[in-house]
Design a protein around this ligand. Structure first.
Ligand code: C2E
Ligand code: MG
Ligand code: MG
Length: 703
C-alpha cells in the first residue's frame, strides 16, 4: 500500500525492481512515499513503518549527527553523491552503507530517491586485506632470516628487513631503490643469471646455495628461497636468505677431519685410497706409473716409551713436515696411523727400469730427510727409517694390493736390517705370513699356558752360596719344542703382547719365590729372584701397583724381588723412572741395571737413579781375559760401582779364567754357564738341596 499515489505504473515497476535499496521521498514535505523490495530485504522494515514518515524520522538513522549531515547536504545540493553511513535494520543490527540521493520528478511532483548500497562485504574484505598485509609486514620485518622484496619489473629492492641489514651491513636507505648488481651483492654475477632463470622457470626457489658479499666485502655463504608475491598491484619477488656460512665451515671441517690425520694434518688412509684410485685410472690412460712408499720409523716405539707420547707426537709431526718438503706437489704424503707414513709418487714415466731408478732415487732422498738429526722438546734425536715400495701396475692394480705389497716389502727391509729401502718381491710374502703365524701362535701360547720360566742361578763366588736366580722366559712350542726369547721377544714387543706376558712373568716369579719360602728352601734375606722388565712394561702407568699386587697376593717379602731394567728405560724419562723406582724401593723391591756398559747413559743420569746393583754385560766378560780393552772396562765398572756404593754382578761367566779375573778384581757375584745354564723350576729346586749343606756349594761339576 502506498501512502500516496505515485502514478506512473511503469516507473513503479522499475522502482520496485531496482537492485539497490530505495526510499522515495517527496521534496515538498520530505515525507517518504514508498520503499522498494531491495530496501525491505536489506533492512527488514515494512512499508507501514516507513511510508508517511518525514525523512529525519525514518527509523534507519543510527546517529543524529550523521543524519543531520546527510540531510543538510541533500537540502543544499538536492543530491548526495556518495556518503558512507551506518544504517539500522529492523532487528536492531546496523549495516555500513553508501548512501546516494538523486532528484526525480514523478507525476509533476519533485521527489528525491534515497538509495543505500550495502558495503558490509567490501569492508570485511578490506579489513581482511589490511590484517593480512599487517601479518605479512610483521613476518617480513620480524623474520630472523634476512628478507628482501624486489620489484619484479625493475629488479630494484623495495624493502629489506632488519636481519638483512644486520647480516649484510647495509642501512635500509642504502639498498632500497637499487638492484643487487648495483650493490655488488653477488660474488659470482653469472650465478645470479642462472638462479633468476631457474626462478622464472620453476616459479620459486628453495634453499638454492649462493655466495653473496656483505658491505664490508665479507663472503656470505647463503641459501636463498624466492617466490613471487603481489604487494598492492605491484608484482614482487620475495627472497629469503639463510646464512649457512657457519654450517659450511663445520661441514668443511668435518670433511677435512674425515680425510686427514688429526696429528699431522696429512691425508689419511681414506684420502690416500682416493688419490691412488685416481692415479691408477689415469696411469692406465696416459701410461704413467705411480709408486707407493710405505714408511716405518725404526724403533719409534722406544721414543714413545722413553720420552713420552707428547715427544713421540712432535717427532711424527716433524717427520710429516720433512716428507712433505721433499716430494713434488702432485705427490701425496699421508699418515695411516702410528708411525706409518705412506708416500704416493705419481706421474712416473719411462720403461720399468727407469721408473725403478726414479723411485729409488726419491726414496733415498726421503730416507735421508727423515734421518737428519732433529731436536724435539730439548732432545737431540736421530731416526732411522725403513721404506717398502710397491709399483703401480707391476706390483698390483688395486689400492688394496699395492698397500699390502708395500707393507710386505717393509717386512723385507726389517728382515735385512733396518734403515733401508726394499721393493716388493713375491718371496717376501712368505716372511710376512710366517711372522703373522708366529704372532698368532704367541697369542695362543699365552692362553694355553705354553710359556714357562727357567731360572739361572746367581752365586756369591766367595762362599759358593746360591744367592738368587734370574727368571728367563721360555716357550714350549707345540711342534718346535722349547725356545728362548731370541726367537720371539721382538714379536711380543712389536705386537704389544709383551705387556700381558710381562705381567704373567712377574706373577709367576712371585709364585716361585713363595713356593721356595714355604718349602723352607731359601730364607728371605739370603735369596732374590731377578725379573727382566721391558721398557714398555715399565712405562705403564700402573706398573708400580701391578708389582705391589703380585707381591701382596703371593705374600712374599718384597726384598726377594730384583727388577732388571736397561739403561734405555732411563735415559730420557728420568723423572717418571726415578719416581716409580722410589715407590717400589720404598716397598723393599730392588733394582738392577742389566747389560750395564752397553747403553749410552751418562754417569750423571746414573747417579740420580735409585738402583742397587749393576749387572756387567756379558760381552765384556767374554773377552776380559783376552787382554783387550774389555778388561779395562770391567775394572772401570767395578771401581765405579764401589764409589757409588752399588752392588755388582757379572753375567755370562763361562770359564774358570773369567771367574778368577772377576774375583781378583773384586766382583763376587756371578751368573753364567760356568755354574749353570737357566734351568727348569724343578731342576733349580734340586740345586738348592737344603738338607745337605755341602751341596749348597755350586760350581762346575757340583751338579
Ligand atoms: P738378559 O736379561 O741379559 O739375560 C741373560 C741372557 O744370557 C739369557 O738369555 C741367558 O740364557 C743368557 N746367558 C746366561 N749365561 C750365559 C753364558 O754364560 N753365556 C752366554 N752366551 N749366555 C748366557 P735368554 O734367556 O735367551 O734371554 C735373552 C734376553 O731376553 C734376556 O737378556 C732378556 O733381555 C730377555 N728376556 C728373557 N726373559 C725375559 C722376560 O721375562 N722379560 C723380558 N722383558 N725380557 C726377557
Ligand atoms: Mg737380565
Ligand atoms: Mg743381560
Amino acid at each position: 500500500m502506498s501512502y500516496i499515489d505515485i502514478g506512473d505504473q511503469g516507473l513503479v515497476g522499475l522502482f520496485q525492481r531496482l537492485p539497490i535499496a530505495c526510499v522515495l521521498v517527496r521534496a515538498s514535505d520530505c515525507r517518504a512515499l514508498a520503499v522498494n523490495d531491495a530496501f525491505r530485504t536489506l533492512f527488514g522494515w515494512q512499508d507501514h513503518q516507513i511510508v508517511g514518515l518525514e525523512s529525519r524520522d525514518l527509523p534507519v538513522w543510527t546517529s543524529p549527527e550523521q543524519r543531520e549531515a546527510l540531510l543538510d547536504v541533500l537540502a543544499c545540493h538536492g543530491c548526495i553523491q556518495q556518503s558512507e553511513a551506518e544504517l539500522r535494520c529492523r532487528d536492531g543490527r546496523t549495516k555500513p552503507c553508501l548512501v546516494y540521493a538523486e532528484p526525480l520528478e514523478l507525476g509533476g511532483e519533485a521527489c528525491r530517491l534515497l538509495m543505500a548500497h550495502d558495503i558490509s562485504d567490501r569492508i570485511t574484505s578490506e579489513q581482511t586485506l589490511r590484517r593480512s598485509e599487517a601479518k605479512f609486514a610483521a613476518l617480513f620485518l620480524g623474520s630472523p632470516d634476512p628478507c628482501v622484496l624486489f620489484e619484479k619489473r625493475t629488479a630494484k629492492i623495495a624493502e629489506v628487513n632488519h636481519s638483512f641489514t644486520e647480516l649484510f651491513g647495509y642501512k635500509p636507505e642504502e639498498v632500497v631503490g637499487r638492484t643487487a648488481p648495483e650493490l655488488g651483492l653477488w660474488r659470482y654475477p653469472e650465478k645470479r643469471e642462472e638462479v633468476i632463470a631457474k626462478l622464472l622457470r620453476e616459479r620459486r626457489l628453495r634453499n638454492e646455495p649462493v655466495d653473496l658479499v656483505g658491505r664490508d666485502g665479507r663472503v656470505l655463504h647463503c641459501e636463498v628461497s624466492s617466490n613471487f608475491v603481489m604487494i598492492g598491484d605491484e608484482r614482487c619477488t620475495l627472497s629469503t636468505f639463510k646464512d649457512v656460512s657457519e654450517r659450511k665451515r663445520i661441514e668443511a671441517r668435518i670433511k677435512h677431519q674425515a680425510y686427514h690425520d688429526a696429528l699431522t694434518g696429512l691425508p689419511n688412509r681414506l684420502l690416500l685410497n682416493d688419490r691412488l684410485h685416481q692415479h691408477l685410472a689415469l696411469g692406465e690412460r696416459y701410461s704413467l706409473s705411480c709408486a707407493l712408499l710405505f714408511f716405518d720409523l725404526d724403533h719409534f716405539k722406544r721414543i714413545n716409551d722413553s720420552l713420552g707420547h707428547a715427544c713421540g707426537d712432535a717427532v711424527l709431526q716433524e717427520v710429516g713436515r720433512r716428507l712433505l718438503a721433499q716430494v713434488r706437489k702432485a705427490d701425496t704424503v699421508s699418515r695411516l696411523g702410528g708411525d706409518e707414513f705412506v708416500v704416493l709418487l705419481t706421474g712416473l714415466d719411462g720403461d720399468a727400469e727407469q721408473v725403478v731408478r726414479q723411485v729409488r732415487h726419491a726414496a733415498e732422498q726421503l730416507l735421508e730427510a727423515v734421518a737428519r738429526p732433529m731436536r724435539v722438546e730439548g732432545h737431540g734425536l736421530q731416526l732411522g727409517c725403513s721404506i717398502g715400495v710397491a709399483l703401480g701396475g707391476q706390483h698390483g692394480n688395486t689400492v688394496e694390493e699395492l698397500l699390502k705389497h708395500a707393507d710386505t716389502a717393509l717386512y723385507g727391509v726389517k728382515a735385512s736390517g733396518r734403515n733401508s729401502i726394499a721393493f716388493f718381491e713375491p718371496h717376501m710374502q712368505i716372511m710376512v705370513s710366517q711372522r703373522l703365524t708366529l704372532e698368532n701362535e704367541l697369542r695362543q701360547a699365552l692362553q694355553c699356558g705354553e710359556f714357562c720360566l727357567h731360572y739361572q742361578p746367581q752365586l756369591d763366588t766367595r762362599t759358593g752360596r746360591l744367592v738368587g736366580a734370574e727368571a728367563l722366559l721360555r716357550w714350549t712350542h707345540p711342534v718346535r719344542g722349547l725356545t728362548g726369547p731370541a726367537n720371539f721377544m721382538h714379536v711380543l714387543e712389536d705386537s704389544g703382547m709383551m705387556l700381558a706376558v710381562g705381567h704373567w712373568v712377574i706373577d709367576e716369579s712371585c709364585r716361585f719365590v713363595a713356593r721356595l719360602l714355604k718349602a723352607g728352601r731359601v730364607t728371605p734375606n739370603a735369596f732374590s729372584v731377578s725379573i727382566n722388565i721391558s721398557p714398555r712394561q715399565f712405562r705403564q702407568p700402573d706398573f708400580v701397583s701391578e708389582v705391589a699386587a703380585a707381591v701382596h697376593s703371593h705374600g712374599i717379602p718384597p726384598q726377594c724381588l730384583k727388577l732388571e731394567i736397561t739403561e734405555g728405560i732411563v735415559i730420557h724419562s728420568i723423572n717418571d723412572t726415578v719416581e716409580k723406582m722410589r715407590e717400589l724401593r720404598a716397598m723393599g723391591v730392588r733394582f738392577a741395571i742389566d747389560d750395564f756398559g752397553t747403553g749410552y747413559s751418562s754417569l750423571s743420569y746414573l747417579k740420580r737413579l735409585p738402583v742397587d746393583l749393576l749387572k756387567i754385560d756379558q760381552s765384556f766378560i767374554r773377552d776380559c781375559t783376552h787382554g783387550g780393552s774389555d778388561a779395562e772396562i770391567v775394572r772401570a765398572i767395578i771401581s765405579m760401582a764401589r764409589n757409588l756404593h752399588l752392588e755388582l754382578i757379572a753375567e755370562g761367566v763361562e770359564t774358570a779364567e773369567q771367574l778368577a779375573f772377576l774375583q781378583e778384581e773384586g766382583c763376587h757375584a756371578c751368573q753364567g754357564y760356568y755354574f749353570s745354564p737357566p734351568v727348569a723350576e724343578a731342576v733349580f729346586i734340586d740345586m738348592l738341596a737344603p738338607q745337605d749343606p755341602a751341596k749348597r756349594l755350586i760350581g762346575p761339576g757340583s751338579y
